[in-house]
Design a protein around this ligand. Structure first.
Ligand code: FAD
Length: 531
């Protein structure tokens, strides 16, 4: 049996970031391995962020061709999509990036092990004090297929991520229907891809991030898209104004949006799917994409160990702010803990897990961080900075509530959305009249006007008392890039006044950010005074 100091299970953002951080921090030659059952890069790289954003860029290019004539560009013929080529292009990007992760692991001295891991406690009395965990790895590579190798580990990083959630829809069990029902893995996977060409009619169950992004892609590719959401609004976790603006824009693009509707049954009539809604309406479609969320993947953990890990009702493994699970020595960063199912959150969680695991292994009395500060000092420093600069105990505690309050989220629809902190509704619920809201429309922004993206706005929510920022919401061009500026300001304890006084280049979309910050205290030069 091969022994490891740290054995990471899962090669997605949480897993590879833990392994690489641990290797970089490791000053005593700790032995680190990473087990991955499929391709390195996890959901993010293979079935999530990167494939969808590649296809969204293809969709955007199609839109550009459609808009070209109004700019005076003559296009002969029309731009159409070749789905097979579009997927090949996406796959090339994914393959290159996945190989890049392999190189990074190798260059950092991390053993990369291919196979499916099963994690359990070490029941060997002689070795279990030193190596409390055993990981059985069933090999997937053709030479050793089916063979199992055994590894023991002092620390295990369980970064097994998540999988598409399944809903039981009556009728879906029949083969004709199930062949036409896809999840987000299927629709992005060329091999299991049942669509030989763009479907004429695509119904999407679930108006969350994945549903909205897929609607944007397939509408641009030429499908008639019908979004079905059970709740009264699309993207219900968003600020209401932002969610309403997006819904309006989706409808304007010709995407049918049905909220407050429940799918009760799916049938196949020999030609098409008939999707019966609970209110009696029937939607016709060629394919149904089910995008109803994601569930932590915890199947490959021994039963006894899993019981000690105390998963909640959804299967999320509880962890503290440094990603320590309820079992000493076992860490669970990333989607598997359900705190914030985003790739950049998983990367930050991996960093925290690595720092703590290495500190524990090196028996450092006061844990240290990469730059030499102690972990405790770092958290203390975060807290001090927020309290001092913002001087306000109304704000969420940065270490305990880091995820998701201080982590930006994005939706790559048309237009894009970027958000951070509390929505206006949440802020009012918590703080009542203690907040004020600054808004700036992209219609008043020079760059947006010249590019022709005048829809949308920036909304900044702050405390009246000391101008601390508690929420930033952007719907409009490049929102996914702009929100990073807001994250930097929030992270460093800046307030709306300081933000508004930072000179921004002209003409840029970023001016809309300081416009909204300034509008919080009625000082935006580009908007008429409120009074
Ligand atoms: P994962 O990326 O799921 O990685 C887990 C890995 O563990 C997988 O590779 C899996 O094969 C491996 N594994 C599991 N069990 C075992 C085992 N027993 N043995 C060996 N290996 C195992 N997030 C964003 O921030 N931005 C986006 O734009 C975005 N877009 C998305 C679009 C889609 C369609 C989807 C589905 C997700 C998207 N996400 C996005 C979410 C993002 O992909 C996840 O939050 C992120 O991948 C989580 O990282 P992770 O490392 O925790 O898990």
């Amino acid at each position: 049996m091969k022994n490891y100091d740290i054995l990471v299970v899962g090669g997605g953002p949480a897993g590879y970031s833990t392994a690489i951080h641990a290797a970089r921090k490791n000053s005593r030659n700790l032995k680190i391995g990473l087990v991955e059952a499929q391709q390195l890069g996890g959901t993010c790289l293979n079935r999530g962020c990167i494939p969808t954003k590649t296809l969204i860029e293809t969709a955007r290019l199609l839109d550009v061709f459609a808009e070209a004539p109004q700019r005076g560009i003559e296009v002969t013929g029309s731009a159409t999509i070749d789905l097979a080529k579009a997927f090949k292009y996406k796959d090339r990007i994914v393959k290159r990036m996945s190989a890049g992760i392999g190189v990074l692991l190798r260059e950092n001295g991390i053993d990369s092990i291919t196979g499916k891991a099963f994690v359990r406690k070490n029941d060997d009395a002689e070795s279990n004090e030193k190596f409390p965990f055993v990981v059985d790895v069933t090999k997937a590579d053709s030479a050793k297929e089916g063979q199992t190798e055994y590894f023991s580990a002092k620390k295990v990083i369980l970064a097994t991520g998540s999988v598409p959630s399944v809903v039981r829809i009556p009728g879906c069990e029949t083969p004709d229907v199930s062949a036409r029902v896809l999840d987000s893995d299927d629709i992005l996977d060329e091999k299991s891809f049942s669509l030989q060409s763009v479907p004429k009619r695509l119904a999407i169950l679930g108006g969350g991030v994945i549903g909205v992004e897929m609607a944007r892609i397939f509408k641009a590719f030429g499908s008639e898209v019908h979004l079905i959401e059970m709740l009264p609004r699309l993207l219900p976790f968003l600020d209401v104004e932002v969610s309403d603006a997006l819904t309006k824009s989706l409808k304007a693009k010709g995407i049918k949006v049905d909220t407050d509707k429940k799918l009760s049954e799916a049938k196949f009539d020999g030609e098409k799917l008939l999707l019966n809604l609970a209110d009696g309406e029937t939607i016709e479609a060629d394919f149904l994409l089910v995008a109803v969320g994601r569930s932590p993947f915890i199947e490959t953990i021994d039963k006894e160990l899993l019981a000690e890990l105390r998963p909640d009702r959804r299967g999320c493994l509880p962890v503290d702010e440094m990603m320590k699970s309820t079992v000493p020595g076992l860490f669970a960063p990333g989607d598997v803990n359900g705190k914030c199912m985003l790739a950049h959150a998983a990367i930050e969680m991996g960093r925290r897990a690595a720092e703590t695991a290495v500190d524990e292994l090196q028996h450092v009395e006061t844990p240290t961080t990469l730059d030499g500060a102690t972990t405790e000092t770092l958290l203390e420093e975060y807290r001090r900075r927020i309290m001092e600069k913002k001087g306000n105990s109304l704000l969420p505690n940065m270490d305990e509530e880091f995820f998701p309050f201080y982590v930006p989220g994005c939706i790559y629809g048309e237009p894009e959305i970027g958000f951070l902190g509390w929505s206006e509704h949440q802020a009012r619920e918590k703080l009542g009249d203690a907040i004020r809201v600054g808004r700036f429309p992209f219609a008043a922004n020079g760059r947006a006007a010249s590019v022709g993206c005048r829809d949308g706005f920036v909304k900044v929510i702050s405390l009246k008392e000391d101008k601390s920022i508690v929420g930033v919401h952007i719907v409009g061009p490049c929102a996914s890039e702009l929100i990073n500026e807001a994250a930097t300001v929030l992270h460093n304890g800046g307030n709306v006044e300081q933000w508004a006084s930072a000179v921004h280049a002209h003409p840029t979309y970023g001016e809309a950010l300081i416009g909204a910050a300034a509008e919080s205290f009625d000082f935006s030069l580009d908007l008429p005074p409120k009074r």
